[in-house]
Every structure is written in structure tokens, then in C-alpha cells.
Design a protein around this ligand. Structure first.
Ligand SMILES: [Fe+2]
Length: 541
């Protein structure tokens, strides 16, 4: 194949190729396959200059990328994969791991055997990417269970990636590494991961922060109220920038800089289309609000008079807890009407199958959907959820996931970040400002906090995480829309031009929820007009 053709294609996509990679690509006798790889590597890594190194540094994503291609393309690219230093038999690395599963509210874990996702699932899900819907996020962890070195690498990489974001903040002048701070330096800045946080006898906040070169004590004086307020909100293990002065012993803070998420505009689609957001159906529970859900389906199918907008609905996001699962909390069987997980999926697929086929349904898992709790969570298990995989308009992703919809010529589409919300209770119970606001009842406040931290679970203990080399819970790309569930509370807000959506549930309150003082919202469906950006809350209660 002519290298010129490949270069031309790359230039058209705003990409550059180094000579080595260009030569490797030229050896593949199939331009279409090469084009697919180039397009996908752009999506998966967000890099603009493609070198052999990019494939090596992003091995996981690169392998997933190849597995996401149609089978015939994969075959033609086998030699290329070897030459790029990517394993061609990665599926052999998979081995079973035992995954802890526990309830929403921290009940003792119930041990449950779980098979890691296999590439069949990933292929099946991603083959369905269509022109105006792209699953951008990295597929979840596949392969070996975590080892100590994986945790170390995970945190080193998280730190480095967060530091790259913080370095862009102009407030952080004269950045130095912690071990380079000499005697009494003024006007310097450091970036560190928060290792410890406490209040001193004099009511100052004393942090210990750490970078790749060392640890240092960082003091925030209570006489600087504005900075003190910021310091109160700092989460353990988050990566934060500090400016101030000090010595190797102690650093006095003049300002605190969070990584933060900012968009400069609220994008508008040239075409009038709607995206709808729901979650927490808890199908299988005796309390599932089936009649209400059927009303919603009738609406989607145009059976409700005077709803002309309905035909413009193109996307329906379901952000986890589609089913209520089995064994999700103690004595759950008493609350179930369908007691088998496979049957729950079959029956909920029957319901979703009634929805007209030009609506794309994007489903990501939550803590009730029978997959491991460790995040990132894998795709729904095909062994149980096959009935959903069989629906032509259903797209299954992991949790969290990033999806791009509504892109067309001249419009880059909307980046939508979905995260079920398992980490939310931790922040509602540990961050003073969120505690004051009783944020489990206004989850959009928690979501804003996480956007500010550029991480879906900055504190280690807020979720169980699977230590991938690239931290999948970090918010790498600022989304246009951030959607979550889990709290069962409906909420809509904007944060620095990012639309923040928390979805209500489709399950009447169970005695178990009542015990924890939840005040759920029911059957509210936010509908976003992608052209005008107007959000309407449809009510099926
Ligand atoms: Fe949940």
C-alpha cells in the first residue's frame, strides 16, 4: 500500500505519523483495516502524533482496539500487531478472580465467583458502534488479577496524569518537586497526592502530601478563611496543587488549586434530536414500577397524543442497576419477584425490546447488575445478559464509560460520561460541604465535587478499584454531559458549562432503603434537546 495514501488519510484526520509506524502500516495490504486502526487509536488515546511508542505505552487500549475491529480486519492485522509489540494471544492471560460484592450501604461483602469479561463480549458490544454513536472509553480490565506492583503503577500513573492537568493552571507558579525544596523558598508551588489530613490543636489543617520524589507537611492556617474553606474540602488521595512558601520541613499554603473541569461552551447540535437519561430500574424487585415504565415505553413509541417531539428521541441512556440482581443485600430474596438473574435480564430485555428500534439504548452496569463491584466494572455478563446483547439497538458499555453521540459532518458530537455512582455515599459522608448539604439527596453536588477533582473516586476507600495502568476512574476528558444514578434522586445542574444529570429510580421504596433514610424520586426522565440544550423533565410517576 502506498505510504502517501496513509499520510493523506492521517492529515485529513488531523494526525501525524512517524516514519517507523508509517512503514509498518504500509506493509499491511488492506487500506480499510489501517484506516480503522488509525481512527480508533485517535479515539482511544487522544494522541495527535502516532508513533510505535504510543502503542507500547497504551498496550491495554491498543489491544482492546484491535479486538474491537471486525474479525476479518483482525486477521489481516495480525502481523502488524506483532510488529507493534502487541501480544496476539492476550486472551490466554485471563484467569479467574474472586470478586467481593456488597450492598449499596456497606454491608459485609458476600463473596461471589465471577468470570472476568472475555473479548467476545467486547467485540460483540463494540461492533455495533454506528456513525453517530461511539463508545470512547477503554474497555474494562481484562487479564490477571491485581498484584502489588499493579497498585504501585496505578498510583504513580494517576499522579503523573493528574499532575499534567494541574501543570496547565497558571496559578501554580514556579513548580518544584518536593525533594527540591531548599531552605525557605518563597513563591513556589508543589503538586502532590494527599496522604494524610488532620486538624491541629490550633485548628489549622495539616496535610501530608506526596509526589514521586518525597513527602512534605503542608499547613493551611485557619486565619486565611478562603483557603481554609478550600482545604476542608480536600479528599484523601486526591491530587492537588499548592502555592506558598516553606522549607523541606513544612510548606505554608497561600492558595489551593484543584485540577477542575471547565468547558468554555455549551455545544449545540445542528440537528434537533433528544437524549434521555434513566437508571436504577431494579427490574426483578417486587417494587419495580412496571406500569409506569410501560407508560414511558408507550410515550417513546408515539402512543401518547400531542407529543410531536417523540420521534426526535434518538438516545436513551440507562446508567446502571437495570436489574435488581440477587444477593445484593441481606435477605434480598424476600423483595424479589424474579429470583433468577438470567430471568431478570430476559424479562427486562423483553420490556426494552418493545422500544422502537431507531432509539439507541446505551446500558452501563451498576452494583446490582451481577458484575464485579471493583471499578471499572466490566460489561454485563453475556452468560446472563445475552437477551440484551441480542437486541439490535442496545449498546453495552462498562462503568464508567464515555460515549460520543450525535456527531456528524462539521459537528464533533457530545461527550457523555456515565458513572453509576457507587462512590457517592463516601463523599456525602466525608466532605464537610457535602455533609452540610445532605448531598445524597442532591447528588448533583457530589458530581460537581468529583468534576472539580477530575476523578470519580479520588479517595482510595470510596470504591473498590481494579488497578489498571491507566486509572479508568480519572476524568481525562472533560465531558459535555455527566450522568449518574445510584442515589435514586433526580437532579439537574450545570458546572462550568458541563451538564450534570442524576437520574431517579423505577422502584418504590423497599424496607431496606427506608431503614437508611433514603428519599427516592420516581419515574422522572430528563430529556435533553441537543439543538436548543433545553432540558425537560418528563414525569411518569
Ligand atoms: Fe446502585
Amino acid at each position: 500500500m502506498e505510504p502517501k495514501e496513509i499520510l493523506k488519510f492521517c492529515l485529513g484526520k488531523g494526525l501525524l505519523l512517524d516514519e517507523e509506524t508509517l512503514n509498518l502500516f504500509s506493509e499491511v495490504n488492506d487500506f480499510d483495516s489501517v484506516k480503522l486502526v488509525i481512527e480508533k487509536i485517535k479515539i482511544y488515546t487522544q494522541e495527535k502524533i502516532i508513533t510505535k511508542n504510543i502503542f507500547n505505552e497504551n498496550k491495554e487500549q491498543a489491544n482492546q482496539l484491535f479486538f474491537s475491529l471486525p474479525k476479518e480486519n483482525q486477521k489481516r492485522l495480525e502481523r502488524l500487531k506483532v510488529k507493534l509489540g502487541l501480544s496476539i494471544e492476550i486472551s490466554k492471560q485471563s484467569k479467574d478472580i474472586t470478586i467481593p460484592v456488597h450492598s449499596d450501604t456497606g454491608e459485609p461483602p458476600v463473596q461471589k465467583e465471577h468470570e472476568p469479561p472475555n473479548f467476545k463480549e467486547i467485540k460483540k458490544t463494540q461492533k455495533e458502534d454506528s456513525e453517530n454513536l461511539r463508545i470512547v472509553s477503554i474497555g474494562p480490565a481484562v487479564g490477571k488479577g491485581p498484584e502489588v506492583k499493579d497498585f504501585v503503577n496505578h498510583f504513580r500513573n494517576r499522579f503523573s496524569d493528574m499532575r499534567n492537568i494541574l501543570q496547565e493552571h497558571s496559578e501554580l507558579k514556579n513548580l518544584v518537586s518536593i525533594n527540591k525544596i531548599s531552605e525557605n523558598r518563597q513563591g513556589i508551588s508543589i503538586i502532590g497526592m494527599v496522604y494524610d489530613k488532620r486538624i491541629t490543636k490550633n485548628k489549622n489543617i495539616l496535610l501530608v502530601v506526596e509526589d514521586l520524589t518525597g513527602k512534605i507537611s503542608v499547613l493551611v492556617n485557619q486565619n486565611k478563611p478562603e483557603i481554609y474553606e478550600k482545604a476542608k474540602e480536600i479528599s484523601l488521595d486526591s491530587v492537588i496543587g499548592f502555592s506558598g512558601s516553606g522549607s523541606r520541613e513544612i510548606f505554608f499554603v497561600n492558595d489551593i488549586v484543584f485540577p477542575d473541569s471547565v468547558l468554555f461552551e455549551r455545544k449545540k447540535s445542528p440537528i434537533e434530536e433528544y437524549a434521555l437519561f434513566i437508571g436504577d430500574l431494579h427490574f426483578g424487585s417486587q417494587k419495580f414500577l412496571e406500569k409506569n415504565f410501560l407508560k414511558f415505553i408507550d410515550y417513546l413509541n408515539g402512543k401518547v397524543p400531542d407529543t410531536p417531539e417523540v420521534e426526535k428521541i434518538k438516545y436513551l441512556f440507562i446508567v446502571g442497576d437495570l436489574i435488581t440482581g440477587v444477593g445484593s443485600y441481606p435477605n434480598q430474596e424476600r423483595d424479589l419477584v424474579v429470583t433468577d438473574i438470567e430471568e431478570q435480564f430476559v424479562k427486562v430485555a423483553e420490556l426494552l425490546g418493545k422500544i422502537r428500534k431507531d432509539i439507541k439504548i446505551i446500558i452501563s452496569p451498576g452494583n446490582h447488575d451481577g458484575v464485579r463491584l471493583m471499578e471499572p466494572q466490566p460489561f454485563l455478563d453475556e452468560k446472563y445478559a445475552w437477551a440484551l446483547y441480542d437486541l439490535e439497538n442496545v449498546f453495552i458499555t462498562g462503568n464508567p464509560s464515555q460515549i460520543n453521540v450525535a456527531a456528524r459532518k462539521g459537528f464533533s458530537g457530545f461527550d457523555i460520561l456515565t458513572y453509576h455512582g457507587f462512590s457517592f455515599p463516601y463523599y456525602a459522608n466525608n466532605v464537610p460541604e457535602l455533609m452540610k448539604k445532605k448531598a445524597m439527596n442532591s447528588p448533583e453536588e457530589i458530581m460537581k465535587y468529583l468534576l472539580k477533582n477530575r476523578h470519580l473516586a479520588p479517595a482510595h476507600s470510596s470504591v473498590q478499584y481494579f488497578p489498571l495502568e491507566k486509572d479508568a476512574l480519572m476524568i481525562r476528558k472533560v465531558p459535555d454531559i455527566f450522568v449518574s444514578g445510584h442515589t435514586h434522586k433526580s437532579g439537574i445542574s450545570y458546572y462550568n458549562n458541563i451538564l450534570v444529570v442524576s437520574v431517579s429510580c423505577w422502584e418504590e421504596m423497599t424496607p431496606y432503603q427506608e431503614k437508611f433514610g433514603n428519599k427516592p424520586d420516581h419515574c422522572k426522565v430528563p430529556a435533553l434537546n441537543l439543538k436548543t440544550r433545553e432540558v425537560k423533565i418528563l414525569d411518569f410517576e
